[in-house]
Design a protein around this ligand. Structure first.
Ligand code: SF4
Length: 228
């Protein structure tokens, strides 16, 4: 069970609906470079990159895919080599046996049901083996067809600290975020939280004293000291 940050949101910082726009504006100003860090040149490369990114860093995925994508250009290519060969090619990304099996099953389904193309609808993406709602949301959003809000470990932690949700389950967190985040921001909002989570609101010791969200955040340690 992942650690919960819900209990850290103890201060009264105002209504979620009143805080969300200033939050987005401040985060956008602080992280103008907040975009996806994975490198890809096609819908297929995007899908594979996101599938490989589970439980590892984007930098590792980019290192692996640089070589992978010159060898595997079409869905058929993933099925044309022995499973062990594909496993070795994705090995540095971790859980490589599972990832290789999922990749092959997903590629087979792309060929059998989608003419070798990557679908764009969430309900079709999540039917691919190894593709959960988070992966599907990333793939759809990067193609300009946002249908939900990506919830990864950073989005979960920051949404809880910011008092935007009291839920633990990613699907319920996403539902809460979709109610409060303006529709036009669904795509960039997770990127803003992810970059803020990496640079400032880190898991163990958030840097509240330098955070642009102080005053809007019910978990701010600076505000808590000031009010004490
Ligand atoms: S770093 Fe910012 S967002 Fe995170 S708990 Fe502190 S004030 Fe809140």
């Amino acid at each position: 069970m992942a650690r919960s940050y819900v209990g850290e949101a103890r201060l009264h910082a105002g209504r979620r609906r009143d805080r969300i726009r200033p939050m987005i504006e401040r985060l956008a100003a602080a992280h103008p470079d907040a975009v996806i860090a994975l490198r890809f040149r096609s819908h297929l490369e995007l899908l594979v990159s996101v599938m490989l990114s589970a439980q590892t860093t984007d930098a590792t995925v980019n290192r692996v895919t640089e070589r992978l994508f010159s060898k595997y250009r079409r869905p058929e290519d993933y099925l044309a080599v022995p499973l062990e060969e594909l496993e070795q090619d994705v090995r540095p990304t971790g859980t490589y046996r599972l990832k290789a099996r999922n990749l092959r099953a997903a590629m087979r389904m792309l060929l059998e049901e989608h003419g070798g193309e990557v679908p764009i609808r969430i309900d079709e993406l999540v039917r691919l083996r190894g593709v959960g709602r988070k992966t599907a949301n990333v793939v759809a959003a990067e193609r300009g067809a946002t249908q939900g809000i990506v919830v990864d470990t950073h989005v979960r932690r920051l949404s809880q600290r910011l008092g935007l949700t009291r839920q633990e389950d990613p699907v319920r967190i996403e539902r809460d975020l979709m109610r409060v985040v303006p529709r036009e921001d669904w795509s960039r909002f997770p990127h803003l939280l992810i970059w803020h989570g990496r640079r400032v609101c880190v898991a163990r010791a958030p840097r509240c004293e330098t955070c642009v969200l102080a005053g809007l955040c019910p978990s701010s340690r600076v505000e808590a000291t000031r009010r004490a």
